[in-house]
Design a protein around this ligand. Structure first.
Ligand SMILES: Cc1cc2nc3c(=O)[nH]c(=O)nc-3n(C[C@H](O)[C@H](O)[C@H](O)COP(=O)(O)O)c2cc1C
Length: 324
């Protein structure tokens, strides 16, 4: 095995890119261990969401989004990468291992997507302008496929079926004190290191029964301004063929490739995952796509005004470096 000792500056570039990835409630549930030219991604067991993500699926998806950003940053630093999922069955918290290898032909697509990392933010605003170009829709399907996942655009009828489920989830959530307490812990207020600040919540929807998820639980967030959301949303479901932990990490990798590609086309995304957090409704969402598999994300795409970044913890918080 060749030995490439990454410099502190390179490690900083790599991990800054990794932690800019999306994670549910911005929990940033990652730990990274750098050993020579190998970066291991572990789950941070102190950052779980036991009420809203009891199986840990959302955490594993976040491990995948960070892994994809790492690959992009490695390409920008002229490295090729080898990625292994669930590399050690004895260590369930070790979800992915990335091995860097200097390369004279780093992946150009990954290099281009690296530039989009600081521009990608979840946008919870109503969509403002023109419908999505068919070429963009196709390219997003291809980006998911490139990482072994499937992105299915929903037809207007299928969107109706999914939006109908939101009424059901809203009722289930209202009655669930564990979920609201957990949400209030992570969402709302001013935030400096993690969680979703009130400023990122977007407006409340003035039209009910629409493609919208209100993440606000605190009283102040319940009275924020309202806006009408789009009558014809662009919704797509990201799915994988299997549902083992490694498949969920793979779903996250595909998700980030899709999101960065969308950013490159000036297309923003937000997530309407509420039905996926209940096993019965998750199955219904997948069945609605008309395909076999397991739904991992419901994504709303569109051209929206630029959104500000949410905070991240300092890179040192995530890192352990082993000297070779
Ligand atoms: C697995 C997963 C599930 C998510 N679910 C939702 C969701 O249902 N609703 C939502 O508004 N945002 C959702 N998000 C987006 C996160 O809240 C967001 O990524 C995080 O706050 C960081 O903000 P950023 O994406 O702007 O960097 C999800 C993200 C991930 C990775």
């Amino acid at each position: 095995m060749s030995h490439v000792q990454l410099s502190p500056e390179q490690i900083d570039v790599l991990l800054r890119a990794a932690v800019a990835a999306p994670s549910m409630h911005n929990t940033q549930p990652w730990r990274f261990e750098v050993n020579g030219h190998v970066i291991d991604i572990y789950l941070d067991g102190s950052r779980t969401l036991p009420a809203e993500d009891p199986s840990g699926r959302a955490m594993r998806i976040a491990a995948g989004t960070a892994a994809f950003n790492l690959r992009c940053a490695a390409a920008a630093l002229d490295y090729g990468t080898w990625l292994g999922l669930a590399p050690d069955t004895e260590e369930p918290d070790l979800l992915a291992r990335i091995v860097l290898q200097p390369s004279s032909t780093p992946d150009e697509q990954l290099r281009a997507l690296y530039a989009e990392i600081p521009r990608r933010h979840t946008s919870r605003d109503p969509i403002r302008t023109a419908p999505l170009a068919q070429t963009t829709r196709i390219e997003l399907v291809r980006s998911a496929l490139a990482e072994g996942a499937e992105l299915t655009w929903l037809s207007p009828e299928q969107i109706e079926t999914v939006v109908d489920m939101f009424l059901d989830t809203d009722l289930r959530e209202i009655a669930d004190w564990h979920r609201s307490a957990e949400r209030a812990h992570w969402v709302g207020g001013n935030r400096t290191g993690d969680g979703i600040p009130s400023s990122a919540l977007g407006p409340r929807a003035s039209n009910y029964r629409t493609a919208f998820r209100d993440m606000g639980t605190r009283p102040a967030d319940r009275t924020r301004t309202q806006a009408a959301f789009e009558k014809h949303p662009n919704l797509a479901v990201l799915s994988t063929t299997h549902d083992e932990p490694a498949d969920q990490v793979a779903a996250g990798i595909a998700l980030e490739r899709v999101l960065l590609t969308a950013t490159r086309h000036g297309v923003a995304a937000s997530f309407l995952n509420q039905p996926l957090e209940y096993d019965d409704l998750r199955e219904t969402v997948q069945r609605t796509t008309g395909k076999a598999g397991f739904a991992d994300m419901v994504i709303r795409f569109g051209h929206a005004r630029p959104t500000a970044a949410t905070p991240r913890r300092p890179v040192e918080d995530f890192l352990r470096v082993e000297e070779e």
